[in-house]
Ligand binder design. Sequence first.
Ligand SMILES: [Zn+2]
Length: 210
Amino acid sequence: MVYFFMWKAVIAALALSLWRKSLYTKRRAAFVPFVAEHKETGERIDLTQVMNPKTEIDQEQCVCPLCGKPFTLRVGLIRRPHFAHRGSECQSPYRTHPESAAHREAKLFLMQHLRSEFPEYAGATIQIEVKLEPIWRVADVLVTFPSGWRQAHEVQLSKITIGELQERTNDYTTMGIDVVWWLGRDADKEPNQQWCIETFGYSLSLQLTP
Ligand SMILES: [Zn+2]
């Protein structure tokens, strides 16, 4: 009898953890881009640069920049305007990482504030979600200075190893792009900060309000 109850408890606990995991995975894996591509011209369609997406953007022209499948434009009251895959998930060779809402807010904040916070960015072109096909990565924010020098600003909030930081940095470096890591939450830990200091001479922490 005792065993029976114990097993029941174990099964319930297991079911609960699986249920949580599926919710967690679903939420974390959402692909919620701000940028689409024009299906004929290939032009970038960046929602962060549009005042009124509903009237200014024809969603029939918008496709996923990574796989070319049709996008739906979502404009609601709570979430920022964004694109979503119509029907299926994105299947593309790009090594994208699941993004939390905090990650999207953080990269948007960087894109909007780099120029006002740091005078050296005054003349630069600053773009969000820039795909870099040679390395199959999407830079969170890409800065191009008038001299042609490029900088990828990467927001990292979830846990990451030094090996992964190094690998992603190396990928950008092969394209001649410097990386600026903005570490927050679970990524803003001593070993990662130390690695940034040793590699770049500084470490940047992103403080997020809950
Ligand atoms: Zn796609």
